[in-house]
Design a protein around this ligand. Structure first.
Ligand SMILES: Nc1ncnc2c1ncn2[C@@H]1O[C@H](COP(=O)(O)OP(=O)(O)OP(=O)(O)O)[C@@H](O)[C@H]1O
Length: 590
């Protein structure tokens, strides 16, 4: 299958044409009218000169001239507007498609590409795509058509002068060919440098409080300036190449003009060429410059659009999470049962860094399960495996009795509520934050009931627009309040499994008690899995999973682990647990 830029251009044009045939037919017709009007003008002028020389009435040539000028202007303006409309719709469609695609990518892919880099593709790159539409659909074909038609008429008027014209422009053609090749590469380098810059700036803004606290504004600005400099150098190279196009065309035009005047004078003197035809030829030569300029400059600009489209395609070719879904799998329709979660000899590694090594444990279908262990031992990774943000390299992760890879992604995630470590909220209204993922929006009574449960109803009523206040912009919540919104969201979700990743980190003792009430309420009817460093949580949990070095040496009740697992005793005592042959208690046998 061809993959070159010409193929890409054709594919993009097919995308544009799809569903817009009527609009584009009108655009092309209007452009043809404009072109014909422009092409007719020198011939009408020749008629006018003839009429003046023959002392015959000039009214009709003047009327035709006026009509042609008006026709060309109006139809060019209308076709330009209609094409811009079609082009914007296509860019909007592509932009929406790539945003939807990025949101469906596996988390590690998004992290690998970087937020800023992906944002650049949706903003700057998509703006470049317009050039493909404007140039590819209208300007280049119409300019090509005008050029060919003009050349045919010029050949009809005088083929010797036409040869002189073509010789002049062929010099420009050679230079332009070389420039276009360089432009293709330099636009790609520019767009990629812009992506790196956007990524660095986005990460700097995300870390702004830390940057300020460490007075690192200057150092950060210098780092950003380096990325900006790389972008400018790449942009300058494109500008340099682009700026060669105009002089190249100017040179071609000058050579052609000199050759035509010299040859035309000789042919007029020998009586082969009339004054009217010579004047018409010169007018066509002047007219030829415009479409040939459009072709030269347009081919240059087109490279930016094609390179942007290539960057779009790079992202669109990445597999989404859903592409690994077992939609046709027969097990996907059987009704789920069994413990809430079961890890069976699970291995997992980030690239070549091994995180889980044969982890085996069970989360009962009801009650609070605390997942404890030293920092970096793989607790959050275990939650990510349950949500299928990542998949195991070995072993099986089962949710409600079924392997996570046998669930459809939306089926799996519809059964799990996940409250992340950062209590991430959307920059949106409080209502939208609470109801995200709900097909049918809960009533205000239901919303305020859960806000009351987490002790937030009064604070929400005091917000400028109450529950419809946008948070994360001018108005924001405290860390603890954000945490409680995340809790309220979990309460509303009403799923079989609730995952909490270290939810107590920002709570004061009053709110920690209220979290405990919420968790007890949730755990009465479903499985609550809580990754925590607070051993007090493990103390009142129904089940404890003790993780150490990517394994699960023991699981059971807090008391069972205290009695039978010395490393766990060490963890509870605030010491570093060490796993010896004697202390390793097989999972489930603590
Ligand atoms: N996205 C990632 N890419 C690469 N490595 C990662 C990633 N996330 C975590 N890790 C690594 O995997 C290991 C386990 O991390 P994980 O967050 O699961 O540990 P944890 O037990 O939850 O730690 P903590 O209690 O400090 O939150 C760590 O060594 C960490 O550096």
């Amino acid at each position: 299958m061809p993959t070159g830029p010409e193929y890409q251009r054709l594919r993009i044009l097919r995308e544009l044409v799809r569903g817009r045939k009527a609009l584009l037919t009108v655009v092309v017709l209007l452009s043809i009218i404009s072109t014909v009007c422009n092409l007719a003008m020198p011939l009408i002028v020749a008629r006018l000169i003839g009429a003046v020389q023959a002392h015959t009435p000039v009214l009709w040539p003047v009327v035709w001239m006026t009509a042609s000028a008006l026709g060309a202007a109006v139809s060019a303006a209308a076709s330009g507007y209609l094409l811009a409309r079609g082009g914007e719709r296509m860019v909007h469609g592509l932009r929406t498609r790539i945003m939807g695609h990025v949101l469906r990518l596996p988390l590690h892919q998004v992290r690998t590409h970087g937020t800023g880099n992906l944002v650049t593709r949706v903003t700057a790159d998509s703006a470049q795509l317009r050039s493909i539409v404007d140039l590819g659909i209208l300007q280049l074909p119409i300019s090509g058509l005008t050029t060919v038609a003009t050349i045919v008429i010029m050949g009809y008027l005088d083929w010797v002068l036409l040869l002189a014209t073509l010789a002049g422009f062929s010099v420009a053609g050679l230079i332009i060919g070389v420039v276009i090749k360089g432009l293709r590469r330099s636009y790609a380098a520019h767009q990629s440098a812009l992506g790196v810059l956007a990524h660095r700036f986005t990460t700097a803004l995300d870390a702004l409080p830390t940057v300020k606290a460490y007075r690192a504004e200057t150092a950060m600005t210098e780092r950003l300036a380096e990325a900006s400099e790389t972008t400018s150098v790449a942009a300058l190279r494109s500008n340099l190449l682009n700026s060669a196009l105009n002089p190249a065309m100017g040179l071609g035009q000058q050579i052609a003009l000199v050759a035509v005047i010299a040859a035309g004078g000789a042919r007029y003197a020998s009586g082969v060429l009339s004054v009217a035809d010579f004047a018409a030829f010169l007018l066509y030569l002047m007219q030829l410059v415009a479409p040939v300029f459009v072709i030269a400059i347009g081919l240059g600009q087109l490279q930016a659009g094609l390179s942007a489209r290539k960057r779009f395609d790079e992202v669109l070719s990445l597999s989404t999470e859903e592409s690994a879904d077992p939609a046709a799998s027969p097990t996907a329709v059987s009704s789920p049962s069994g413990p809430a979660v079961r890890f069976e000899g699970v291995d997992f590694a980030y690239d070549d860094q091994s995180v889980l090594r044969g982890a085996t444990f069970t989360v009962p279908s009801r009650g609070l399960t605390a997942v404890v262990g030293e920092s970096g031992t793989g607790k959050s990774t275990a939650l990510a495996l349950i949500e299928r943000f990542v998949t195991p390299a070995g072993g099986r992760v089962k949710v409600l009795g079924r392997d996570t890879t046998d669930w459809t992604l939306s089926g799996l995630r519809a059964r799990i509520t996940y409250v992340d470590q950062a209590f991430t909220l959307l920059t949106d209204t409080l209502r939208a934050n609470l109801t995200v993922g709900h097909r049918v929006a809960p009533s205000d009574e239901a919303l305020f009931a859960v806000l009351e449960t987490v002790g937030l109803s009064e604070a929400v009523q005091n917000l400028p627009q109450g529950i419809d206040t946008v948070i994360g912009e001018a108005v924001d919540l405290s860390g603890g309040q954000r945490q409680r919104v995340a809790l309220a969201r979990a309460l509303l979700a009403d799923t079989e499994i609730v995952l909490f990743d270290e939810p107590t980190s920002q709570l004061d003792s009053i709110n920690e008690r209220s979290l405990r009430t919420v968790v007890e309420r949730l755990a009465a009817e479903r499985a609550v899995v809580m990754v925590t460093h607070r051993m007090s949580v493990a103390g009142h949990a129904d089940h404890v999973v003790f993780m150490h070095g990517g394994q699960v040496p023991a699981e059971g009740t807090h008391q069972e682990l205290l009695d039978g697992c010395p490393p766990y005793q060490a963890l509870v005592a605030g010491e570093r647990p060490s796993l010896t042959a004697n202390s390793a208690v097989p999972a489930g046998q603590a």
